[in-house]
Design a protein around this ligand. Structure first.
Ligand SMILES: Nc1ncnc2c1ncn2[C@@H]1O[C@H](COP(=O)(O)OP(=O)(O)OP(=O)(O)O)[C@@H](O)[C@H]1O
Ligand SMILES: [Mg+2]
Length: 302
């Protein structure tokens, strides 16, 4: 089934004082997923996000959101977006609920039922009638997300949403973003400099470094990590390698094959049927970090 991308970046660059902060980004983001934008400090994540939401002009290229050009049809494009980029404006002396009511008045068609839905989705029901000044950072963020999704945007953009959250808070964020994605079909775009978080949170991750896109990879495929590798200890490693169609690699007498659980099981059957003894199969997650390090020649992202 062909799906139109929610975000299409074509040759997007940002140039300030003849320096490229972001260079030639071309990227399609398909709907209904949590999409990660991963890169070290200064890579150009915030700059890209600011261009997406119209806080900064696009120097070269264009970004389309749900088919609308940010450059030429800004109003139509931004209508499809909910975002927290800078600190969201909240009235500290009002309650969370009063803040949402206030924002709802500015968006046509947002009903009280919708406000309630948004509050429940971010898990703020218990504390919504407290004053915002008494909220923790995590609660403020939930309120910010509730506000950003009131008008049911197709795209939710969050710049480094895990910053400052404790592990429990990060987990809850992950859960409600997933819920938003599944229940409302919202595409979520999150940036981070932390690989481990991106792996847990996202379906697809794009890696940006020095303003350039260096990789886009799918984190999950068929419900398993796409990058899982299986180590086979066998009686005849060369024959096993041949039976595996030459895939993978042999290291110190062990055959390493990338693939899914089912593919590993199928290879096991094939080996046994061909007289190769299988002494052991181990799954090893080849993480995005390994891939990242391989891509950048060992320069760590953290
Ligand atoms: N308005 C500006 N004028 C000049 N340079 C800028 C401006 N905004 C950002 N930069 C530079 O652009 C580069 C990318 O910055 P950006 O904030 O997009 O990175 P980032 O990936 O969001 O980093 P971080 O993880 O630290 O938030 C940096 O070198 C930064 O100093
Ligand atoms: Mg940033």
């Amino acid at each position: 089934m062909h799906q139109d991308p929610v975000v299409r970046m074509q040759g997007v660059s940002k140039v300030i004082s003849s320096r490229y902060l972001v260079r030639d980004l071309t990227l399609d983001i398909l709907p209904g997923q949590v999409f990660g934008f991963l890169g070290p400090n200064g890579a150009g994540k915030t700059t890209t996000i600011r261009m997406m939401v119209g806080l900064m002009s696009i120097s070269e290229g264009d970004i389309h959101i749900a088919g609308h050009s940010v450059k030429h049809e800004f109003e139509d494009a931004i209508r499809e977006v909910g975002a927290i980029v800078e600190n969201p404006e909240m009235y500290k002396f009002l309650t969370g609920y009063q803040n949402l009511l206030h924002f709802a008045r500015m968006s046509p068609g947002v009903t009280k039922e919708r406000i309630q839905e948004a509050i429940e989705l971010v898990g703020l029901t218990q504390r919504i009638h407290d004053k915002v000044k008494n909220y923790s950072l995590g609660m403020r963020q939930r309120l910010g997300v509730a506000q950003a999704i009131l008008h049911r945007p197709k795209l939710l953009v969050l710049d480094e949403p895990t910053n400052g959250l404790d592990p429990q808070g990060i987990r809850e964020l992950r859960d409600y973003l997933r819920k938003l994605c599944e229940e409302e079909g919202t595409t979520v775009f999150v940036s981070s400099h932390l690989l481990s978080e991106m792996e847990l949170m996202c379906d697809t991750v794009a890696v940006i470094q020095n303003g350039k896109l260096i990789d886009v990879s799918s984190v999950r495929a068929e419900g398993t990590l796409a990058t899982t590798e299986y180590a086979f200890e066998v009686s005849d490693v060369d024959m096993a390698h041949t039976l595996a169609g030459g895939e993978g690699r042999v290291e110190q007498g062990v055959l390493y094959i990338p693939g899914t659980r089912d593919e590993a099981a199928a290879l096991n059957v094939l080996l046994v049927q061909n007289g190769v003894k299988v002494y052991g199969i181990r799954a090893r997650k080849s993480s995005l970090e390994d891939q990242f390090l391989a891509l950048t020649g060992g320069e760590s992202i953290e």
